[in-house]
Design a protein around this ligand. Structure first.
Ligand code: CDP
Ligand code: CDP
Length: 210
C-alpha cells in the first residue's frame, strides 16, 4: 500500500523542513503545495493583474506548469502574503486540486505539505501530521531565515504577518487551515528540527506496522 504522508500547519511551523526530511528518509517524492499558491500570485503580479481578480486567478492556476515552481522569488516574504490572498478563491483551489492528487498518486506514495492536505487533498493518507508552534517562535524562525538570505525585515513585522496570515487561512470558507480529526498534532515550540523529525518518524513507522 502506498505511503502517503499529509503534513499541514501554519506558516513557519517547520512543516516544510520536516516534509523534506521525511521524504528523503522514506524515499518518497515531496511537494511543497504552498509553492503552487505562491506561483499563481507571482505570475499575476508579473502580468500586472490584481490579486483579487478571481477569474484571472483561476485561469492562472489552471495553466500553471512545473517549471514555474523554481523561481527563487517565490520564497520572498511578500509572496507568502500574496499567496494567502489568492488561496481563498475557491476556483483557484479547484484548479490546483487535480495537480496535487496526481502527485500524491505515485505508486510508492508521497509527502505533501500545506494547509488542507489531510482534510481535502489526501483525506485517505496513511499518515496525517499537523505541525504547530507558538506565533512568537514561528516569527523568530522566519526572521532568522529571511535575514539569513539578506532580506531586510524586523521581527515585529514578521510576527504581525504571521498573525494576519493565521487569521486569514483559518477563517476562510474554502478549505480553512485546521487539523484533520485523525491527524497527530506535533507542537514544535520547544523542539528543534531534529527532535521534530524524530517524533514524526516515530509516528510514520508506527503507522507502517499496522
Ligand atoms: O511556508 P509558509 O507556511 O509561510 O507558506 P506556504 O506554505 O508557502 O503557503 C503560503 C500561503 O499559501 C498560505 O498562507 C496559504 O494561504 C496558502 N496555502 C493554502 O491555502 N493551501 C496549501 N495547501 C498551501 C498553502
Ligand atoms: O514550511 P514552514 O513554513 O512550516 O516552515 P519551514 O520553512 O520548514 O521552517 C522554518 C524554519 O524553522 C527553518 O529555518 C527551520 O530550520 C526552522 N525549524 C524547523 O523547521 N523545525 C523546528 N522544530 C525548529 C526550527
Amino acid at each position: 500500500m502506498p505511503l502517503v504522508i499529509a503534513i499541514d500547519g501554519p506558516a513557519a511551523s517547520g512543516k516544510g523542513t520536516l516534509a523534506r526530511r521525511l521524504a528523503v528518509h522514506f524515499g518518497l517524492p515531496h511537494l511543497d503545495t504552498g509553492l503552487l499558491y505562491r506561483a499563481v500570485a507571482l505570475l499575476m503580479l508579473d502580468a500586472g493583474i490584481d490579486l483579487g481578480d478571481a477569474n484571472e486567478a483561476a485561469r492562472t492556476a489552471s495553466s500553471l506548469v512545473a517549471d514555474q515552481l523554481a523561481d527563487p522569488r517565490l520564497r520572498e516574504r511578500a509572496m507568502g502574503e500574496a499567496a494567502s490572498r489568492v488561496s481563498g478563491i475557491p476556483d483557484v483551489r479547484a484548479a490546483l486540486l487535480s495537480w496535487q492528487r496526481r502527485f500524491a498518486s505515485d505508486e510508492a506514495g508521497a509527502v505533501l505539505d500545506g494547509r488542507d492536505i489531510g482534510t481535502v487533498i489526501c483525506p485517505d493518507a496513511r499518515v496525517k501530521l499537523f505541525i504547530t508552534a507558538s506565533p512568537e517562535e514561528r516569527a523568530r524562525r522566519r526572521h532568522r531565515e529571511l535575514t539569513g538570505r539578506g532580506e531586510e525585515t524586523t521581527l515585529a513585522a514578521i510576527l504581525s504577518d504571521i498573525r494576519a496570515r493565521d487569521e486569514r487561512d483559518s477563517s476562510r470558507s474554502a478549505a480553512p487551515l485546521k487539523a484533520a480529526e485523525d491527524a497527530v498534532i506535533i507542537d514544535t515550540t520547544e523542539l528543534d528540527a531534529d527532535e521534530a523529525f524524530a517524533a514524526a518518524r516515530h509516528v510514520v513507522e508506527r503507522a507502517r506496522e499496522h
